[in-house]
Design a protein around this ligand. Structure first.
Ligand code: NOJ
Length: 711
C-alpha cells in the first residue's frame, strides 16, 4: 500500500475500529469459549470483538495462525490483518543460549546470526514480530531477568542491541524469514531497587542518560520497529504513562517513529502504582504519553471511545497511534500477504534445521566462560571421569524464555557426553546427594565434573532472589567431593551470576556455562574435551556475595578511594568483609592458549576535535591451540565537571589467532565517543587528560595517556 492509501484507510475507519487496532490480546480471548465466558467477557468485549483487535500475543504455528488470520480479516470491516507477536527471545523451537550468555560471546555477528535463525523459525510458524531484544542494563543478579539481557555494560548492550535488530529484521521486514523486533523494556527496567522484579527504580539523571538509555537508543538507530514500555517507575513516574520518556526522549530526542507497545497490563497497573485513579485515567495518560498499543489491559478498549467522544482526549492522538500500527502492518507486507512466511511446509524445512542445531551447539561453545583452569582442562578422553550433580541430567537448562522450544530435543550434559564419547570411561551420578558409592567413584577418578548452579525454573521473570549463594545441598556435595578428589571441574549453570567464592577457590577449573540452549551441552562437551578453545568473556561481573550488589566494573572514585590493597582500611570506601571488586569482573575469561599483549601504543598523545587517534596493541598466541581473543578497550576521562567513571568500555574485537601468530589490533578514538552529560546536562566532551586501556578484561592496567587541549 502507498502511504496515501494507508491514510485513506485510516480516514475511512470508525472510531471504534481505530481503537480496536490499538488493543493486543492473548490467545485465550479467541475461540467461542474465550469470547463468551472467558477473558473477553471480563474485558466487557462484545462477541466476536476480539477478532477485530489489531494484534495478538503468544500464538504460533502456521496452520493455527492462518485460521485465526482468516477469521480476523473476515471480521474486520476493512479487512485489516492482525500482527502476530510472540516472545521469541533466544530462539523459537531451537533454543540458543540465554541472552546474558549471548552477551558473553562478545561477538555481535554471533548475536545477529542467532537472532536471524530465531526469526526464520518463528516467521515460518506465522509470527510477524518478536518481543526482543531485551537490552536493559543490569547490574544486579538478584533480579531474575538479568538472564534476558546481554549484561551490565551500556556499550556491550548497545552493540548487541543493534546486532539483534539486524538479525531479526534484516534490511526489510517484509522479506522472507524476517520479523519486526521490539526493544524493551523502556526504560531502566534492569535497575529495580533491591533487585526485586517490578520494583521502582532510583536512577540519577546522569546515569539514566549515560548508561540506561544507550542500548535502547542503539536499537532505535538500528531501525527497530517497536519499543515496549517497562513496568517500573522512573523518577516516580510509571514508564507507560510517562510523556517525557515516550515523547520527549524516545520520539523527539532519539527520533523513534515506530510503534510503542505497553508491557502486559502495564497501563492498567498504573492504578496499582497509585498514579492513575482508574482505568479511564490510565488510558488517557498512556495515549497522551505516546503508548500506541495496550497489551492485555482493558484500558483502551473500555475507555478511549468515550474519552474521545466527550472531548477529553484529542481523537488526533488516536489517529496518530493507529497510523503507526497500520504502517507497521504495511511494512510487514500484511495487506498483500496476511500470513507472511507462515507455512507448514516452511515450518518443516526451517524449524530445528541442521543449520540451527549446529548453531545451537556452536553458540554454547562460544559463550561459555572459562573462569579458572590450573591445567585440568581440556580433558583427555582416555581418563577416568565422574560427573556429579543433579544438573548433569536436567533438561530444564535451555532457559526460561525458550517458551516455544521443543523440550523433547534438549540434550542434558549426560546425553551429550554419552553421545559424543561413547567409548570413554565416564560415570554419571545426577544427584546432589553424595552417597558413599558416589564418593568412592569420585575418589578413584582422574577428574570430577560437578554441575552446580540453577536450572531455568529459578531464573527469569519474577524470579528474584535475596541470596545468590549456591543451594546448601550443592555446597555439601562440593565439599564431600573435595575431600576425596582435588581435580574438580565446576560447571556453573544459570541465568545469573551466582556467588561461588568457595567453589572458585577449591576447584581446579571453573566453567560458567549459563543456560546453554537445546544442544548447548554438545558445545560444553566441545570445550571440556578441547575441540573448542573457550573464548567467552563475562558480560556480568560475578560478585563474592549478594551484599556487593548492584555491582559493575563501572566504578567512581569517592572522596575516599581505596588504595591498591585487599586489606580493610578504616575511613576509606570499602567493606570489612569482602573486597570492593567482584570475584570475577566484567570482561574476564580464559582460553586454553596464553595470549601475550604488548604495551598499548597511541598514534598521538593529543586528540584534536574532528580528528582521530589510534590505540594499538600486538597480541601473540603463545599456546598450541587456535584461539579467539577478545581485545577490549576502556577509556577513563580523568577529570570532569561531574565525576567520571574510572573506566568505560569503548570498543572490543574478537580476533581469531593461530598458535605462534602475532596480530596488531587497533581501535580508533574520536571525541564523539568521549561525550558525556556535563554538569548542565549538555552532551559534550571536555578538554583534559584521558587514559586508554587495551587488554584482556576490565581489570587491565595496560594503559597510555592522551589529552584534548583547551582551544
Ligand atoms: C511481560 C514481560 O515483561 C515482557 O518482557 C513480555 O514480552 C510480555 N510479558 C509478553 O509476554
Amino acid at each position: 500500500m502507498t502511504d496515501s492509501q494507508l491514510k485513506n484507510l485510516l480516514r475511512d475507519m470508525s472510531l471504534q475500529e481505530k481503537i480496536e487496532q490499538l488493543v493486543q490480546l492473548h490467545g485465550g480471548f479467541f475461540g467461542d469459549v474465550g469470547m463468551i465466558t472467558g477473558p473477553a467477557a471480563e474485558f466487557k468485549m462484545s462477541p466476536n470483538q476480539p477478532y477485530r483487535t489489531g494484534s495478538l500475543l503468544g500464538e504460533t504455528g502456521a496452520s493455527h495462525l492462518k485460521e485465526l488470520q482468516d477469521r480476523i480479516v473476515a471480521s474486520q470491516p476493512h479487512k485489516i490483518p492482525a500482527i502476530f507477536m510472540a516472545d521469541v527471545i533466544h530462539g523459537y523451537k531451537t533454543a540458543f543460549p540465554v541472552p546474558v550468555a549471548i552477551g558473553s560471546g562478545f561477538d555481535p555477528e554471533l548475536a545477529e546470526e542467532i537472532a536471524s535463525a530465531a526469526a526464520e523459525e518463528c516467521a515460518a510458524a506465522g509470527v510477524h514480530a518478536t518481543f526482543s531484544p531485551m537490552v536493559d542494563v543490569s547490574k544486579d543478579c538478584r533480579w531474575g531477568r538479568c538472564m534476558e539481557s546481554p549484561g551490565e555494560d551500556p556499550y556491550l548492550n548497545s552493540v548487541m542491541a543493534a546486532a539483534q535488530v539486524r538479525g531479526f529484521q534484516g534490511d526489510d521486514i517484509s522479506k522472507k524469514g524476517k520479523v519486526a523486533a521490539c526493544v524493551k523494556h523502556f526504560a531502566g527496567y534492569g535497575a529495580p531497587v533491591a533487585g526485586r522484579d517490578y520494583n521502582v527504580t532510583e536512577i540519577s539523571e546522569h546515569t539514566f542518560f549515560e548508561e540506561y538509555l544507550k542500548p535502547y537508543e542503539a536499537a532505535v538507530n538500528a531501525g527497530v520497529k517497536l519499543v515496549m514500555t517497562a513496568f517500573n517507575t522512573v523518577d516516580r513516574k510509571p514508564c507507560t504513562t510517562n510523556k517525557r520518556l515516550l515523547r520527549d526522549i524516545l520520539r523527539d530526542k532519539m527520533g523513534f517513529d515506530g510503534v510503542v507497545i505497553s508491557d502486559y497490563n502495564a497501563i492498567g497497573e498504573t492504578v496499582n502504582h497509585g498514579s492513575s485513579a482508574d482505568s479511564r485515567e490510565a488510558a488517557k495518560k498512556a495515549l497522551i504519553a505516546g503508548c500506541d498499543i495496550d497489551m492485555m489491559s482493558d484500558c483502551y478498549i473500555g475507555n478511549l471511545k468515550s474519552l474521545a467522544e466527550s472531548g477529553e482526549l484529542d481523537e488526533g492522538l488516536i489517529d496518530e497511534a493507529v497510523y503507526r500500527v497500520l504502517k507497521l502492518k504495511n511494512e510487514l507486507g500484511l495487506f498483500e500477504n496476511p500470513y507472511k512466511d507462515g507455512s507448514e511446509e516452511a515450518e518443516r524445512e526451517i524449524v530445528f534445521s541442521k543449520k540451527h542445531r549446529e548453531l545451537s551447539r556452536r553458540a554454547a561453545a562460544e559463550t561459555a566462560v572459562l573462569l579458572k583452569n590450573n591445567g585440568v582442562l581440556p580433558l583427555d578422553e582416555k581418563k577416568k571421569i565422574t560427573v556429579v550433580g543433579a544438573l548433569a541430567d536436567d533438561r530444564a537448562i535451555i532457559g526460561s524464555w525458550a517458551i516455544f522450544a521443543d523440550d523433547s530435543k534438549t540434550l542434558t550434559l549426560k546425553d551429550a557426553l554419552e553421545k559424543e564419547y561413547p567409548g570413554a570411561d565416564i560415570s554419571f551420578f545426577a544427584d546432589d546427594n553424595a552417597s558413599d558409592e558416589i564418593l568412592e567413584k569420585v575418589k578413584n577418578s582422574d577428574a570430577v565434573i560437578i554441575c552446580l548452579g540453577e536450572n531455568q525454573d529459578r531464573t527469569g521473570e519474577s524470579m528474584s532472589v535475596a541470596d545468590i549463594s549456591l543451594p546448601k545441598s550443592q555446597l555439601s556435595l562440593f565439599s564431600a567431593v573435595k575431600s576425596v578428589n582435588k581435580n574438580i571441574i565446576s560447571l556453573i549453570f544459570g541465568g545469573r551470576p551466582l556467588a561461588i567464592p568457595e567453589v572458585a577457590n577449591d576447584s581446579a577449573a571453573v566453567l560458567e556455562v549459563w543456560l546453554p540452549g537445546t544442544l548447548g551441552t554438545l558445545g560444553i562437551s566441545d570445550i571440556l574435551f578441547g575441540k573448542v578453545n573457550p573464548s567467552g568473556r563475562l558480560s556480568m561481573s560475578i560478585p563474592y556475595c549478594s551484599g556487593q550488589l548492584p555491582i559493575s566494573y563501572i566504578q567512581f572514585n569517592t572522596g575516599r578511594p581505596k588504595p591498591e590493597t585487599d586489606c580493610f582500611i578504616r575511613y576509606v570506601s570499602n567493606y570489612m568483609d569482602v573486597p570492593n571488586r567482584p570475584l570475577y569482573s566484567f570482561g574476564q575469561g580464559l582460553g586454553y592458549s596464553e595470549i601475550g599483549y604488548s604495551p598499548v601504543r597511541l598514534s598521538s598523545e593529543i586528540l584534536t576535535p574532528g580528528e582521530k587517534i589510534t590505540a594499538s596493541v600486538d597480541i601473540e598466541n603463545k599456546g598450541k591451540m587456535s584461539a579467539k581473543e577478545t581485545v577490549q578497550m576502556y577509556i577513563r576521562d580523568v577529570k570532569g565537571s561531574v565525576v567520571r567513571p574510572l573506566r568505560e568500555l569503548k570498543g572490543f574485537r574478537k580476533v581469531p589467532i593461530e598458535p605462534g601468530e602475532k596480530k596488531t589490533v587497533s581501535f580508533e578514538i574520536d571525541c564523539d565517543m568521549l561525550r558525556f552529560y556535563d554538569a548542565d546536562m549538555n552532551f559534550t566532551v571536555e578538554p583534559g587528560d584521558f587514559t586508554v586501556y587495551v587488554g584482556k578484561d576490565s581489570l587491565t592496567e595496560n594503559g597510555a595517556g592522551f589529552r584534548i587541549l583547551e582551544n
